[in-house]
Design a protein around this ligand. Sequence first.
Ligand code: GLU
Length: 425
Amino acid sequence: MTIKFKEPAPIVDELNPLESMMERFDEAATRLGLDESTYNALKSPEKAVIVSIPVTMDDGKVQVFQGYRVVHSSKLGPSKGGIRYSMGVNLDEVKALAAWMTWKCAVVGIPYGGGKGGITCDPRTMSEGELERLTRGFTLAMRDVFGPEKDIPAPDMGTNPQTMAWIMDEYSKLTGVSSPAVVTGKPLVLGGSLGRVEATGRGVMVSARSAMAKLKMNPANCTCAVQGFGNVGSISAKLLEMQGVSIVAISDVSGAYFNKQGIDIEEAIKYTAKNKSLEGYKGGKKISNEKLLELDVDILVPAALEDQITEENAGRIKAKLIVEGANGPTASNADKILEENNIMVVPDILANAGGVSVSYFEWVQNRLGYFWTEERVNRRADRIMKLAFDNVYKASKKYKCSMRTAAYIVAIDKVADTSKLRGIF
Ligand code: GLU
């Protein structure tokens, strides 16, 4: 047998989410006057673990997958953050996403540090059995990293409550202790929380409402385009529609769909549940995903991938308000252009923090062994989101900067203060 070693393809994409994250971190650290030792301590992750996971595929062959878990910070508490299954997963991406979790948890004031994990794989081409073996293999490899008091995963792109159930089961078997609090975003019967599935989209809606109030925009007179129709995009669209906003465009991998009269979101959600994607959806005229970003709408919700708004297209964006449902949808090279054009951006680390906030509630309920009503979960999550928005808004006035820089300032200040109090360097 001849074995051919293939050189990995060079990364040609010059937009790197880690660089985007670092540029924002640097700007906020400078404005905040952060001292050099704290700056150095906060800029690099505490831990980065890379594992190879051999999985027997359905055809009997063994395929080896690369898995990552990065703990950026555990200063505020155990590290928290999702696990992503996607072909785009690489160490730099996971590092950026882990740091974003640190800032996100700090912005909304929950007692967690930040972490993130990922496996380079295409979950859409894998069977249920292959995904289960992959997830159990990953949990086994990460058994010393994960823990209810150490590092708590959750769903992200390409993973879902079933993935979390496998992690919970495998970890519980390995430790001999039933440990629901080792992971959040679980199915309800396994100790999941009511409201968790909708939580990120709900937080996007609450942030959008707070921003609309500041900009004196009446939801009933606003139009909105939502990029991405997964969990975050579809629920953000549905809840914004319920606020009276007209959702004129939605999109997914199959393309974007535009309807001047407003898309019927409930119907679109039913369509995707049945057809797996929006492919063939007739409720709107088909346009490209790029065009969707440039539509003449009041609000834009990018809820798909990283680096969608760049210096190349930022100048053509007409929305007055951008609410970032995805992590890192705006490359740092676009920030200035959006600012100059007076577009308010509610940044990812604030706008999509509803998910991790309800993850925190799930973890609290698991440790209490007592479960809350959906009404209680939503009320408390809405309060966290509103308070966080107001804090960031105030900081943006104080430091005369964008909402993004203000959110980083609030977060970095908190983590830096805690690090100093703990005296760990
Ligand atoms: N993956 C989600 C995020 O990026 C949720 C993380 C969590 O709940 O821990 O915010």
